[in-house]
Design a protein around this ligand. Sequence first.
Ligand SMILES: [Zn+2]
Length: 476
Amino acid sequence: MTMNASLSAANTPNPHSQEFISAVKNWVDQHFSGIVTDLCQLVTYRSLAFDGYDRAPLESSAAAVAELFENLGFKQVHQLTETNSDGEQSGPAIIARSPAQGDKPTVLLYAHHDVQPVGDCEAWETDPWVATEKSGRLYGRGTADDKAGIVVHHAAIRALQELLGDDHGLGVTVFIEGEEEVGSPFFAQFLQEHQQLLAADTIIVADSANWSVEIPALTTSLRGLLDGVIEVTVTEHPVHSGLFGGPVLDANTILARIIANLHTADGDVAIPGLDQTRWAEVAYDEEEYRQQIGAVQGLELAGTGGLADRLWNKPALNIIGVDTTSIAESSNSIVHTARAKFSMRLGPGMDPQHAMDTLTAHVQNTPAFGATVAVHPGEQGKPFVVEATSQASAMMKQALSEAWGTDAIETGMGGSIPFVADLVEAFPNASILLTGIEDPDTKAHSPNESLDLSVLRHAIEAEILLLARMALDHVE
Ligand SMILES: [Zn+2]
């Protein structure tokens, strides 16, 4: 496939020219305050898809998103909720669609309108539901993750209409999900039931992070995820530690020995067969990392290899919860059963099922004094890697570089976005681009989440450039 920038009509702009890039920047300049106002409006909705939260604001949020795209003149705007066989409902999603003309390509623009709970209200310096600007950043829950993604898509489509005319012909489908933060449980069902509506040549997922405020990034790998529970039982019931203790180790101690055996002395994951297949191009700054995690004085970092590789390309394994007798409930008896939940991140090229099998075998082979040890598998999500040779990713990197005025880099992301694997499976021939409006200071999911407004501006410019080139370039 080669790109040809030659244009048929004399009055059609050349989307690669300096003039066009300037026109795009001017357009964003002129409309920026209105775009920020749209974002502030979306932030007012407490759009939580978690169980136990009022669903009404989530529905209102979906309606507000639908209205934004109706106002762009989209003829087809669907507000959709899936239901499973247990009668459970998905978060409300929006699909807005404008079909391609002739043989022009179609792009699917993804973001999500649901957000994380605000957590500790005391820790917020501003009202999380009132977007507040301070020193060039917009604070509030969802300002970055991922309501900014919605306004980036919205602004880019509007700019395309105004700069190229309504008949630009590019097929545009917008998919704004309403349950990403709860793990997109209905995503595969959405894709299956609306495959026709959602089919696209290129998919832009605006839900990731940039390397810094000054340096844009295209996320080209995501770690996979699996979790499960290790359960240890030593006796049928608790027994008195004075009368019976000595010849029997309690379940906590055996569980601790099993957990200790999950890592090598260096702190690398000790599960065999999880080989690294990709190496990071950039160096992650150790001091910055220590600061981001709030490392205590003297903490030694675990694992071997580059820090970026340990964050993106190697497996990582953590114990995220333990069920045992609490200290308050403890008595002089031998704890007979204990459980630990593990969460494991997988680098590109690692298969979740294989990892679960080898982890289970490793746990079962750990000496445990013959205690009954069970591993109960939980969720799984595959890692994701963008083909380095993809034409769409080269176009996106170019557009990001022009918008920021500095070269875009490729990064991995330590987090997992399980639905990305669903997208790859449903649309194996589509190019998937992970862009984003976050930066290292965004604090998504935490108190004082914020968005850098210059990043928002550049993200919109980059998306306009990419969409215009997709609309006007002749793809052979
Ligand atoms: Zn997100």
